[in-house]
Design a protein around this ligand. Structure first.
Ligand SMILES: [Zn+2]
Length: 353
């Protein structure tokens, strides 16, 4: 079954404040004539967007009650039935340019520009149905904080409404986090490529659900443009496949360690100390992160007080020069090998990252 065609581009946009209109205009100009516009100008436009609350805080295609967190949704459960996908043909993908190939860890920004990208993984491994941290998502919406989510394909299928709500939200973006949280440093060939393709397919089905709900999706691509490697671990083969199928590989330079029960205050302090302009911060929104919402309630006001604005990963990359590594690691090269060894021996480590 082919994916439905994207909706027409003739939607009336909701009213926006003057700074946001200026930012949108500059960004449109930058996309139309990239050689003419310096990254500093793009960054200026993004700061205007990041520091001024947008005219909407949630996807208008969903009622507030449908968006709000529900108690117990964050709980991770054992799977009782296998999850399968219909046979869907993916639209063709364009490989990412050579200059953006590899593992994007952070972004160098023009001097004085203070932007940060918060990212949230929605991991769901085989044998489990992971959760949805609604308190966290509700807080981001209430505070108008843009963010990037990395959806496991299986998570998107087992949480269809939540996945569509995130995908349709104009302040959020969604990337691919493999089908079932496989370690792609270890999987090869078809087993590796299916993990990437099936999550792209789940993204397409989620996109169709959001379209069905009447959402405006003109900024949402037909296939996800971003990808995050489970466990932060990759091989040359899987990195090449991810880039060839049109995904930028997004790592991080700040790990919240939110599955580790550090408590909200220590976690917020650690992140505040580590974050610098252009940082990409790793967190979880699938119930595996502990105290993540509470930590955000401390972190976000503290970063704002230091002059930071929040942007999606895509906007952060547009504002500067990505710092790209040829291999994947969390803090230093080689530190994800423990996950690779666990995967080779058949042990599952679900809690990281
Ligand atoms: Zn993950």
């Amino acid at each position: 079954m082919p994916l439905p065609a994207p909706p027409p581009l003739s939607f009336a946009l909701p009213p926006r404040s003057a700074p946001v209109r200026l930012a949108a205009g500059l960004l449109a100009l930058a996309w139309a004539a990239p050689a003419l516009i310096a990254p500093a100008l793009i960054a200026t436009a993004l700061i205007a967007t990041a520091l001024v609350a947008p005219a909407f805080a949630a996807p208008a295609c969903y009622a507030p009650d449908a968006l709000r967190a529900r108690p117990g949704e964050e709980i991770v459960r054992r799977a009782t039935a296998p999850v399968s996908l219909p046979d869907v043909r993916l639209p063709p993908a364009q490989p990412v340019p050579a200059s953006l190939s590899g593992s994007i860890r952070r972004v160098d920004l023009p001097a004085g520009v203070k932007l940060v990208a918060l990212t949230f993984d929605l991991c769901e491994a085989s044998g489990e149905v992971s959760g949805y941290d609604g308190a966290l998502v509700d807080y981001l919406r209430a505070e108008h904080v843009p963010a990037t989510f990395f959806g496991g394909g299986k998570w998107m299928v087992s949480h269809p409404d939540r996945a569509a709500q995130i995908l349709a939200d104009p302040i959020f973006e969604m990337g691919n986090h493999t089908w079932s949280h496989a370690n792609l440093a270890v999987k090869t060939g078809d087993a590796m490529s299916r993990q990437v393709d099936d999550a792209d397919t789940a993204f397409g089905l989620t996109r169709a659900d959001a379209t069905q709900a009447g959402c405006m999706l003109e900024k949402v691509p037909a296939r996800p443009a971003l990808f995050r490697f489970p466990y932060g671990s990759c091989s040359a083969e899987s990195m090449n496949y991810v880039n060839e199928t049109g995904h930028l590989a997004i790592q991080w330079d700040v790990d919240s360690a939110d599955p580790a029960f550090l408590g909200a205050t220590l976690m917020a302090q650690n992140m505040l100390r580590a974050i610098r302009p252009g940082s990409i911060v790793l967190m979880h929104a699938n119930g595996r992160g502990k105290h993540t919402a509470e930590a955000l309630r401390q972190l976000i006001p503290a970063l704002r007080a230091k002059g930071y604005g929040f942007v999606t990963v895509s906007d952060l990359i547009a504002a500067g020069k990505p710092v790209i590594a040829s291999t994947c690691y969390s803090e230093r090269p080689g530190d994800t090998r423990v996950y690779d060894e666990a995967a080779r021996s058949g042990r599952h480590i679900l809690s990281r990252p």
